[in-house]
Design a protein around this ligand. Structure first.
Ligand SMILES: NC(=O)c1ccc[n+]([C@@H]2O[C@H](COP(=O)([O-])OP(=O)(O)OC[C@H]3O[C@@H](n4cnc5c(N)ncnc54)[C@H](OP(=O)(O)O)[C@@H]3O)[C@@H](O)[C@H]2O)c1
Length: 307
């Protein structure tokens, strides 16, 4: 029998928000795999509120997969600029799906990143099927984005995945919570952290590893919860305690400095101007479990070479 070599066709992957923390992680992972040809689109090169820019992108790239990481994520700024929040977080994702449909790219897969902040304070933990009740403009606009994606994708007959996640951290943004806390503890500083707002810290590396197979699998369109595994939601105060514990296993000097660092509790009402959900804990009922948050946190902290 004649052996036919299977032709490996490269997939064009268009990533919006490619210069943001999560967008960079997706581009990094995709570039390592010869099956993908990556087209990074930044705020500067492709504004998702600009329908003609999106039409141009679709024409040029003809994507097989589109991943939307573009968003306006500053919770306080969203409250002050509600219209902008709505344009970027609610209308923008719908614009992308419509542009795909208009370009007749109906076989494309669309992945949209959303947040645990679509939920409010009605429960302590949420499944994919629970109804969101956002408490602020950021959460409201992200929920609007989910609804628009669903509506536009169904009308265009496109496969879509809405991926909700929480408290992401990444080597692509060193000024973020985990890095800032680890570096401050390694300098013996005293830190004050919120103890009555809880969620699950999620390493972008793990999130991307879980989401990319969705683009090739046979999973049904819909909403997916992708967070590191956890028994319960934890506060930033508790995460900092865990980081301190990890650092205290380090070399002599680092151990001494971290052990001297002090952690103090603060409360949401004393820190935040805008209301945040108290415990938007996402339960993943559809996808394989991600590593436990403590395991990933340890691996991440070790990769910072502080220990
Ligand atoms: N960060 C978290 O802890 C967290 C938690 C849960 C869910 N998420 C979700 O994860 C996704 C990625 O978040 P991230 O932390 O990576 O945010 P990020 O670092 O702020 O990245 C978002 C990117 O979107 C770009 N952008 C903003 N407005 C745009 C527009 N109109 N058109 C095109 N691009 C635009 C931003 O560019 P400029 O900076 O130039 O405006 C930025 O590069 C978001 O959907 C967010 O809701 C984040």
């Amino acid at each position: 029998m004649k052996h036919e070599k299977k032709k490996r066709v490269q997939k064009n992957v268009l990533v919006f928000g490619a210069e943001g923390m999560l967008g960079k992680e997706f581009c990094y992972a995709l570039r390592k795999n010869a099956r993908y040809r990556v087209f990074p689109a930044s705020h500067r090169t492709a504004d998702i509120t600009d329908e003609s820019a999106l039409a141009g992108c679709m024409k040029k790239v003809r994507p097989d997969i589109v991943i939307n990481c573009a968003a306006f994520i500053n919770v306080d700024a969203c409250e002050d600029h509600v219209l902008k929040a709505w344009q970027v977080n609610a209308l923008g994702p719908g614009n992308i799906v419509r542009a795909l449909g208009d370009a007749k790219l109906r076989r494309a897969v669309f992945v949209h990143i959303s947040t645990s902040d679509v939920f409010g304070n009605d429960k302590k933990a949420y499944r994919e099927t629970d109804t969101p009740h956002p408490v602020n403009a950021y959460g409201g606009s992200k929920y609007g984005g989910e609804n628009n994606v669903e509506h536009e994708a169904r009308s265009a007959g496109l496969r879509y995945y809405i991926v909700r996640t929480s408290w992401i951290y990444s080597r692509f943004r060193e000024t973020y919570f985990i890095d800032t806390v680890a570096k401050a503890l390694a300098r013996s500083e005293t830190l004050t952290l919120v103890s009555d707002q809880k969620s699950v810290p999620t390493w972008t590396r793990d999130l991307v590893r879980s989401v990319l197979p969705l683009c090739f699998g046979r999973n049904n369109s819909g909403t997916y919860h992708v967070v590191n595994d956890a028994e319960r939601a934890v506060s930033k105060y508790e995460i900092a305690l865990e980081i301190k514990r990890i650092l205290c296993f380090g070399s002599g000097a680092l151990r001494t400095r971290a052990a001297r660092a002090r952690l103090r509790r603060a409360f949401r009402k004393d820190i935040f101007k805008v209301e945040r959900p108290a415990s938007p804990f996402l339960i993943n009922t559809k996808l394989p479990k991600l590593p436990h948050w403590k395991r990933s946190l340890k691996e991440y902290i070790l990769s910072l070479h502080l220990v």
